[in-house]
Design a binder for this molecule. Sequence first.
Ligand SMILES: C[S@@+](CC[C@H](N)C(=O)[O-])C[C@H]1O[C@@H](n2cnc3c(N)ncnc32)[C@H](O)[C@@H]1O
Length: 228
Amino acid sequence: MTFSPASRGRLTRRDLDRFPDDTLFDRLARAVCDAGCLPRKELYEAWEVARRVRRLFRGGRVLDLGGGHGLLAQVMLLLDDSSPNALVVDKSLPASSAKLHDVIVGVWPRLAGRVAFVAGGIEDVDILDTDIVVSSHACGALTDLVLARAAAARARVAVLPCCHDLDSGDDGGLAGWVDGAVAIDIVRAMRLEQQGYRIWTQAIPEGITPKNRLLIGDPLQPIPGQSV
Ligand SMILES: C[S@@+](CC[C@H](N)C(=O)[O-])C[C@H]1O[C@@H](n2cnc3c(N)ncnc32)[C@H](O)[C@@H]1O
């Protein structure tokens, strides 16, 4: 059987042999296998999102909203130590998020004390203009909330949307020409640009997830409509 990165099956110690190399990815994958709690696709998604965001953004706190296990936040720190710390916010943090973090810190002690987990709503988190806001698969309108909150704070932002609601999502009237979910993401990208952001539209490999469109935004200064 082929080893699909899209599997929702958990990586466990039985998978250790699949990651034999001394690369950062294989070392991370082995840590994830040791933790034994993470769906395989989340490893690949977090890695592919983080490396694309890190090509563009350095420094600042990493805010992983709707972060689940918070692996994306931790990969952001592993790929680039320019961010001092990370905050993972999720209204229902998986119990195993602490276990995964402990295993990662066991391998990379420099992450100790630098990743905080908050069980709470995206609605309530304070966002700074120096933050890098990341959000992988915030379902439906939650992605819009992440984008709105990041834009209001003038923070850098990257979202990988999923679970598009074709009834309530804003498709800008484009759904007659393009797939409804694509239309919703185009409207998100255009809105972010109109809010004074430079945007990047990228994709992670479809073999990991069909919900693979990555929208990245960097606020231009000054804020449009505001005098300097
Ligand atoms: C599909 S999961 C994605 C988790 C993780 N980012 C990933 O890529 O594996 C969506 C997450 O959003 C969280 N969530 C839903 N509504 C939320 C809210 N209002 N505030 C914070 N987290 C929320 C859920 O608890 C869930 O963990």
